[in-house]
Design a protein around this ligand. Structure first.
Ligand code: Z5A
Length: 215
């Protein structure tokens, strides 16, 4: 059986990942592919408990940056082995709403943790697994933050509460990572309309994976 395609979406909050993931999912389904969407932190029973701890538990205000890093990595280690690897081996395409680049950027650059420690922990958590393609949605940090806040029905989470300078560092971190990994990470301007962006991602997806063809 042919291995499924593994695509991750990255970018600062409110950049439109979930919206574009729905469009790409439909595209892959139209090509006759089975698709699984994952989100991080979360995506497994253990991961969802970690998500809650990371984002909403009141005591998490006391959480150190090192603990935060290890919890994101723990959630991903579970997700990779329980969900992502088995799906890919069964020919299912996986679209990840965030993957290890989020940790490199949010914890490594946003929180300022040692880059080589973050990289070692990332590698330990995911093993050899890397996305075949990473779609980076780039936009002004303040505009993304405003979009995210406007769409929230529930309470703000702990990370969304960071100052704007944190999200500006995150954005620059992503841009640097894209420069360092041009074969895997493709940057799209996320400030335009939903339809225009979906069209650009679609074109790029077809030119990258010649195994895809609309039925
Ligand atoms: N985090 C971390 O620190 N380390 C890690 O390793 C991992 C994560 C994995 C997870 O938050 C938090 O954890 C995240 C990083 C951190 N914190 N921050 N910040 P989450 O999963 O709850 O949320 P998120 O990943 O940040 O995504 P989001 O804010 O939910 O947004 P989104 O999925 O990118 O956007 P959306 O939901 O598709 O769109 C947001 C709104 O904008 C919505 O109303 C849309 O209709 C609208 N939208 C979308 N596209 C457009 C365009 N093109 N124009 C106009 N309006 C649009």
């Amino acid at each position: 059986m042919k291995r499924g395609i593994f695509i991750s979406f990255e970018g600062s909050e409110g950049c439109g990942k979930s919206t574009q993931i729905s469009h790409l999912t439909q595209l892959l389904k139209d090509c006759g592919r089975e698709v699984l969407i994952t989100r991080e932190p979360g995506g497994t029973v253990i991961g969802e408990k970690i998500r809650d701890l990371l984002q909403f538990t009141p005591e998490a205000e006391e959480m150190t940056n090192e603990t935060e890093l290890l919890l994101f990595a723990a959630s991903r280690a579970q997700l990779v082995r329980e969900v992502i690897q088995p799906a890919l081996e069964n020919g299912i395409c996986v679209i990840a709403d965030r993957f290890l680049d989020s940790t490199t950027v949010y914890q490594g650059i946003g929180r300022g943790l040692n880059a080589s420690s973050v990289s070692k922990i990332n590698d330990f958590a995911v093993g050899e697994l890397k996305p075949d393609w990473t779609v980076l949605l780039d936009m002004d940090a303040a505009a993304g933050h405003a979009r995210a806040l406007a769409s929230r029905s529930a309470q703000k989470d702990r990370i969304e509460d960071q100052p704007l300078t944190f999200f500006e560092k995150v954005r620059q971190g992503y841009l640097k990572l894209a420069e360092q990994n041009p074969e895997r990470i493709e940057m799209f301007d996320a400030s335009g309309s939903i339809d225009q962006l979906a069209k650009e991602i679609r074109q790029s997806c077809f030119s990258r994976f010649d195994c895809l063809e609309e039925k």
